[in-house]
Design a protein around this ligand. Structure first.
Ligand SMILES: [Zn+2]
Length: 302
């Protein structure tokens, strides 16, 4: 049995998967905000409940925003900030009395979709989160690439490629630079662009709804978004050349992206034809727990 734990800013969710990848039980609880010891106790409680209910123990994988820094062994970049600078992986492993595996949420999404989701059977998969932020994860032959600095696939804080004059230097990003892909392709980035051009404050979901209803301003904003996403993904394809790209996060639910982005990206990709598949996710909100569970691949968990 595999157990996946997804630690979010508001809730912690745990699910148990059988050998075939079916979720056989799940539990959730509110994240004890700002409480490090409480967070460890909450995860231990959820895992204990699953194992008591199912009458067996499992491997445990943990997905969370942020990463274990290879340099220090401490958590970095987590939005549950009480975890930052702490040896959370070691403390949690001790609390659960077993070895654990950790990955960030974008990596869990990519792994979930690569193992038995929209990219099942593909050799190289790039999983993208387009939400409040922009992240990415790379899976090769059903194995996550973590990278020397634990940032493999993190394309969101690279600059928007092939920028036009109106896109330079681009919006200021919290990372300290300007013109990051995240500042164009996140939900807040789309909303800011729409407001800049039209003067109308709308969030990303409302822009998508209005575009679907035929509003010309919203259609224009999404068309700019699609060309920017095509440029960002063209950079990934030129470097990594994945078989399948899966779009997760709230903006990954915008249906028109899947037809329109590939219409734009040919202009930027260094290839005569582009066979790359751009796919919507299969597992939706469950990708966090599913991907975390699959951090223990077949052969390493029963
Ligand atoms: Zn940035």
């Amino acid at each position: 049995m595999r157990i996946g734990v997804d630690i979010g800013g508001t809730k912690i969710e745990a699910a148990a998967l059988d050998a075939g990848g079916r979720i056989v039980a799940r539990r959730r609880t509110a994240t004890p905000a700002g409480d490090y010891a409480g967070t460890i106790a909450a995860v231990r409680g959820l895992v204990g409940e699953l194992e008591a209910a199912l009458g067996e123990t499992g491997t445990v994988g943990v997905g969370m925003p942020g990463a274990v820094s290879p340099a220090t062994g401490l958590i970095k970049n987590a939005n549950s900030t009480c975890l930052n600078g702490k040896p959370f992986d070691r403390d949690l492993a001790e609390a659960l009395d077993r070895p654990l595996r950790f990955a960030n949420d974008a990596n869990c999404f990519a792994l979930s979709e690569a193992v038995d989701g929209a990219a099942q059977g593909a050799a190289v998969v790039f999983g993208v989160i387009l939400g409040t932020g922009v992240g990415g994860g790379i899976v090769v032959e059903r194995r996550l690439l973590t990278g020397r600095n634990a940032i493999a696939g993190e394309w969101g804080h690279s600059p928007l490629p092939w920028p036009g004059d109106s896109e330079r230097p681009g919006p200021a990003c919290y990372c300290g630079r300007r013109g990051c892909l995240e500042s164009f392709l996140s939900g807040p980035g789309l909303a800011a662009d729409h407001r800049l051009v039209t003067g109308i404050p709308l969030d990303a979901a409302a822009i998508a709804r209005q575009a679907a209803a035929g509003d010309p301003d919203a259609v224009a904003s999404l068309t700019r978004y699609e060309d920017r996403l095509a440029r960002g993904l063209a950079m990934v394809i030129n470097l990594l050349d994945p078989d399948v790209i899966v779009l997760g996060g709230g903006l990954g639910q915008i249906e028109r992206l899947y037809a329109n982005v590939p219409r734009h990206w040919g202009a930027y990709i260094f290839s005569d034809t582009v066979a790359t598949l751009l796919a919507p996710p299969r597992h939706g909100d469950s990708s966090g727990v599913r991907g975390a569970a699959w951090l223990w691949p077949p052969g390493e968990a029963s």
